[in-house]
Write a protein that binds this ligand. Structure first.
Ligand code: ISC
Length: 353
């Protein structure tokens, strides 16, 4: 780990692009260190590299494998940061603004515009001192079952996160994805009791994914919904896996899944229009996706992709951390509760700062 982090510090001081990541339930940290500061893009998903894509638009940045040096290291064990209670000193104005945005979403559902929308907000906090390596170390120790990352490009900026949501894993024609929704503070997995609102919301997500993948797949199987722990929170998750049909490709599958109903809503276009019109800020890479694209398998015969949704993340800029969090809104949502949920989600990043 020490050599690995020395390499990170060197790359940082040369102001060159890099990405560090750890997959869920894995003890290996991987780094790709780009050899120049060029801004490469993924255009048709046939490229090979680490992709970093925004919520909207087609500017998907790529750290190409062939232009990078790969390093990896095993995580030396540390204590998982215990979950704690946090006191919140929130600005009344941002609370009012967020609650009225949630209410607008509920009203639009009442008018039949859509069934679900995910609205979000950004919170900025000052950082007295920020050390990328120690924050990343805390991140990987605190969230063993998340996809943890730190991504930097001198022409874009620095992002970090610990996301519970996989967008797509594809191993040649075999694929897996998930339907994720519903949130509660964790009192332990066994104690989780879900309200009808959350169960329904998660079922919408599963149905959407299954319906939309129908034309692109030849086989699909799903698990029963179960509780997933993400830091101090629990979500409901259904695993979905299967085989892509011979005539479908990665680009088509990604465009069906992204943005997922866990970060946008249902139907997708109507929810997206509402978000862009009403949220009042630019999500940038929050709720975009990131991960390995077309990585050669060990046997070099197949290509593997492993992509995640950029949630529970932050952008670091000018000694400030910009934290992003959103909540799925359905007809039974309550603005006050959604505000609290967004505060709980903000703790995922606050814990490591
Ligand atoms: C949009 C976020 O979470 C999504 C993922 C899981 C559960 C969610 C919820 O219960 O609202 C959200 O859909 C976020 O963390 O910013």
């Amino acid at each position: 780990m020490i050599d690995f982090f020395i390499k990170v510090k060197q790359q940082e001081s040369q102001n060159l692009p890099f990405v560090l990541y750890k997959k869920p339930d894995n003890i290996k940290v991987v780094g790709y260190f780009q050899k120049n500061d060029h801004l490469y893009f993924a255009e048709n998903f046939e490229e090979a590299g680490f992709v970093f894509a925004p919520f909207v638009g087609s500017q998907m940045i790529l750290i190409p494998f062939e232009q990078s040096v790969k390093w990896s290291a095993l995580i030396t064990s540390g204590e998982e940061t215990p979950d704690s209670e946090f006191t919140q000193l929130e600005n009344k104005q941002s609370q009012e603004h967020f609650e009225s945005l949630v209410q607008k979403g509920i009203d639009a559902i009442g008018e039949g515009v859509f069934k679900k929308v995910v609205v979000s907000r950004k919170e900025t906090i000052d950082l007295a001192n920020f050390d990328l390596v120690s924050v990343f170390e805390k991140l990987i120790q605190s969230y063993p079952n998340a996809f943890c990352y730190c991504w930097f490009h001198p022409k874009i900026g620095l992002w970090m996160g610990a996301t519970p949501e996989r967008l797509l894993k594809a191993d040649d024609k075999k694929f897996s994805t998930m339907a994720l929704a519903g949130t509660q503070k964790s009192q332990g997995l066994a104690e989780a009791i879900w309200e009808k609102k959350e169960m329904e919301e998660q079922q919408f997500v599963t149905d959407f994914i299954l319906n939309n993948l129908k034309d692109l797949t030849s086989e699909v199987a799903i698990s029963s919904p179960y509780a997933l722990k993400a830091g101090a929170l629990l979500h409901i998750k259904t695993d979905i896996e299967g085989v892509l049909s011979d005539n479908s490709n990665l680009k088509q599958v990604i465009s069906v899944l992204h943005p997922t109903p866990a970060v946008c809503g249902l139907p997708k276009q109507e929810a997206k229009d509402f978000i862009l019109e009403n949220e009042g800020y630019d999500r940038e890479y929050y709720t975009g996706f990131l991960g390995e694209l077309n990585k050669e398998a060990f046997n070099k015969e197949t290509l593997k992709s492993d992509l995640y949704v950029n949630l529970r993340c932050m952008k670091i800029k000018d000694k400030q951390a910009h934290l992003y969090m959103g909540c799925g809104i359905t007809k039974d949502s309550n603005p006050g509760k959604e505000w609290k949920e967004s505060v709980n989600k903000s703790m995922t990043m606050k814990r490591v700062l």
